[in-house]
Write a protein that binds this ligand. Sequence first.
Ligand SMILES: [Zn+2]
Length: 291
Amino acid sequence: MPELPEVEGVVRGLQPVVTGKLIKSVDVSPTIIHSKENGKEAIIKGADVESFQSALPGMAIVRIERRSKYIYFHLKNQDGESFLLVSHLGMSGAWFYVRSLDDIMEEKFKKHSHVTLHFDEDDMLVYADIRRFGELRLLETEADYPPLLLMAPEPFNKGALDHYLNMSLLPRYENKPIKEFIMDGHVVSGCGNIYATEALFNLRIHPARKVKRISKERKIQLFHEIVAVLLDSIENGGSTISDYRSINGGAGTMQHRLQMYSKKNCPICGKPTKQKTIAGRTSTYCGSCQK
Ligand SMILES: [Zn+2]
């Protein structure tokens, strides 16, 4: 599943090539049309296919930014009104900026091209999603989809640390395992399983330790470690695990730098790692080194 650094990589890839582009038309795959007709909210959320397709032409992409694990396409129509196209990559979503679908080199993505934004210079931006857990939502503002307003501040922004510390004192969080706490998007924005696993291992904190059993000083260290791991990953183009691709189909190298995520043996003591399900996700940790 793409996490914050991978989404950042996609956004950095998109910014120079599609900022300023004018959307001419929108294609939606028969698979999505069929699913939507059967009442499933496949990829296009909160709108039917026809209204989604007819709303976008004539809009220009004025700015692209990442917010947590979402991509925000800021749009303007010909009357100067602002809109927001919000994209979440789900488990295996990817954007490709190409001249034709055949330019998507990997068959598995080409075959699962679901939404295509055609621009006025015969270039296009294609959203492909093998497992179809991704989301596209056309909004006027963030407030039209309230979960966006509940996300924790960006981890690199001022205020994010205080927000996290304040949340750690709330009754609903103090008895939670620390890993579940840091992976909660209301607490820290964009810290998924990979980077939570790494940050906890780097500080030798057991993922199941309760939040209230960790000192304020340790919690602060942990927050800074999460930020450091996320920044390290952004610098290395993200982790390419299963289906993450950057917009030119490339991949990151952070997976080679991971110390604990999906490892069989602890890189410190050499003992076999352990696995435990926390918040529905498999947590890998060292039972000897992490306390
Ligand atoms: Zn160990």
